[in-house]
Ligand binder design. Structure first.
Ligand SMILES: Cc1ncc(COP(=O)(O)O)c(C=O)c1O
Length: 401
C-alpha cells in the first residue's frame, strides 16, 4: 500500500474520504493518524531555524504550533481534496472561516457585496466590525443576474460574497455568471459552500475561496466546531494563510482529529441523509398545512434548474413554509410537540432538528415577507425516515384545521 494515499485521480467519493490523508505505514501501521498537540517545534540547529521559518507558507512546514502540525495538515489536505482546491486553512469555527477571507481581502475604503440571504453572523460581521473599519457592504438580492450585479459593482468592489443556497431561505445563486462579472471587475469570489459540501465543486464554477463550516456534515456528530478556508492558487493561499495567522486563528488538533474521523463516514451519511431529506421534504409538499417547501432539489423550487445544472446532490437541510393562517406561536407549539426532532441551531449531525425561523431572517435588499408564511428549518438526521414522518404527522395534527 502506498504511504500517502492523497491523490488527485478521480475516484468515487466514498473511496476518496475513506483513504484521503491516512498516515499509511508512517503511524506504526495504525489505520488512523495520531493527534499531534504542541506549541513549540524544535529546530535541529540554529542554522536550520532561518530556512525552516522562511518556509512558513510551504506545504506541511513545521515552524510553530499556530502554523499547524501533522493533524492539521492531514485535515487540510483532506478538505482541499473534497473541495477540489489546492490548499486549505483550518480555523476554529465555521464563522471564523467566513470572517478570515472577508478580512483578508478587504481594507478601509473597499466595497463588498453580500447576498441578502447570507448566514446571519456573516451579516453581523459586515455591519459591525467591517463597517467600523470603513469597509462598505451592499446587500444584494441572491437571485440577481449578471446584468444586475454589473450595476452594483464599483471600482472599489473587492469581494463578491456568495452562499448558495441561502441560509434559512434557500435561494440558489447563479455562481458562474456572477463570478464572471466579479472577476471582470477585479473582485474575488468567496462562497460559503457548507450546504453544498461535496455536491458543489466551487473551483469549477468560478469561486476563488470556498468556506466550509466543518462543524456540520464533516464533523457529523454535533460534537465539534471547526471551519475551513480552501483556495486554488498559491497567491490566494498566501493571502488567506497570512491573514489567518496574523489574527492568530488556530484549531485544536483534537477537534481536527474528530473531523477526520467524521470525514471517513461522510459519504454514507450524506447519501442516506440526502435521500431521507428528500423523502421528508416530498411528504411535506403533500400536506395541506404547508404553503411550500424550500428544497433546491425539488422541481418546485424556483431555482431548481440552477441546482440541477451545478450540483451533483443535496444535503438534508431545507425549509418548510406553513400556510400564512398559522401564527408563529402555533408553529412553536407544533415544534415543541415533536418527539424525535431537537430544537436547536446547527445541522449536519446524526440527529434531526427543527428550528422555527422567526427572528433568523434579516432582509434589507429584498422583502422580509418573501416566504409568504411562517417557516421552520428542518435538518434530517440518521433516524428511520418512517419514524420521523410519523412524528411529524402527529405534530402537524395539533395545528388548527
Ligand atoms: C451556512 C453556515 N455557514 C457558517 C456557519 C458557521 O459555523 P459554526 O457554527 O461552525 O461557526 C453556519 C452555522 O450554522 C452556517 O449555517
Amino acid at each position: 500500500m502506498p504511504d500517502d494515499l492523497h491523490s488527485k485521480t478521480r475516484r468515487g467519493f466514498g473511496t476518496q474520504v475513506t483513504h484521503v490523508s491516512r498516515p499509511g505505514v508512517r503511524n506504526h501501521g495504525f489505520v488512523n493518524g495520531a493527534v499531534h498537540r504542541g506549541s513549540t517545534v524544535l529546530y535541529p540547529s540554529c542554522e536550520a531555524r532561518g530556512s525552516i521559518n522562511a518556509a512558513g507558507f510551504e506545504k506541511h512546514a513545521l515552524t510553530y504550533g499556530t502554523s499547524g502540525g501533522p493533524t492539521h495538515f492531514a485535515l487540510e489536505d483532506a478538505i482541499a481534496e473534497v473541495e477540489g482546491g489546492t490548499r486549505c486553512l483550518i480555523v476554529g469555527t465555521g464563522l471564523a472561516a467566513c470572517a478570515v477571507p472577508l478580512l483578508a481581502y478587504l481594507k478601509a475604503g473597499d466595497h463588498c457585496l453580500i447576498p441578502d440571504s447570507a448566514y446571519g453572523p456573516t451579516r453581523r460581521l459586515a455591519d459591525g466590525l467591517m463597517a467600523g473599519w470603513g469597509i462598505e457592504t451592499t446587500y444584494y438580492d441572491p437571485g440577481i443576474d449578471a446584468e444586475g450585479l454589473k450595476a452594483l459593482m464599483r471600482p472599489n468592489t473587492k469581494v463578491l460574497y456568495t452562499e448558495s443556497p441561502g441560509s434559512h431561505t434557500f435561494e440558489m445563486q447563479d455562481i458562474p455568471a456572477l463570478a464572471a462579472v466579479a472577476h471582470a471587475g477585479g473582485a474575488k469570489v468567496l462562497m460559503d459552500n457548507t450546504w453544498g459540501i461535496h455536491h458543489f465543486q466551487p473551483f469549477q464554477h468560478g469561486v476563488d475561496v470556498s468556506i466550509q463550516a466543518l462543524t456540520k456534515y464533516v464533523g457529523g456528530h454535533s460534537d465539534v466546531l471547526l471551519g475551513s478556508v480552501t483556495v486554488n492558487s498559491e497567491e490566494d493561499w498566501r493571502i488567506i494563510a497570512g491573514a489567518g495567522r496574523f489574527m492568530g486563528h488556530y484549531a485544536s488538533p483534537d477537534d481536527c482529529w474528530l473531523a477526520l474521523r467524521g470525514l471517513r463516514t461522510m459519504a454514507v451519511r450524506l447519501k442516506h441523509q440526502e435521500a431521507a431529506g428528500l423523502e421528508v421534504a416530498r411528504w411535506f409538499e403533500g400536506r395541506p398545512e404547508v404553503l411550500r417547501v424550500l428544497h433546491p432539489a425539488l422541481p418546485s423550487h424556483p431555482q431548481h434548474a440552477l441546482w440541477k445544472r451545478d450540483f451533483t446532490g443535496a444535503c438534508s437541510l431545507f425549509g418548510v413554509v406553513f400556510q400564512p393562517r398559522y401564527s408563529a406561536a402555533q408553529l412553536d407549539a407544533m415544534v415543541d410537540g415533536l418527539k424525535l426532532f431537537g430544537i436547536g441551531a446547527s445541522w449536519g449531525g446524526y440527529e434531526s432538528l427543527a428550528l422555527p425561523t422567526t427572528g433568523y431572517i434579516t432582509r434589507t435588499a429584498t422583502s422580509t415577507e418573501l416566504l409568504g408564511g411562517p417557516a421552520v428549518r428542518f435538518h434530517i438526521g440518521l433516524e428511520d425516515t418512517a419514524d420521523l414522518i410519523a412524528d411529524l404527522d402527529s405534530a402537524l395534527a395539533t395545528l388548527p384545521r
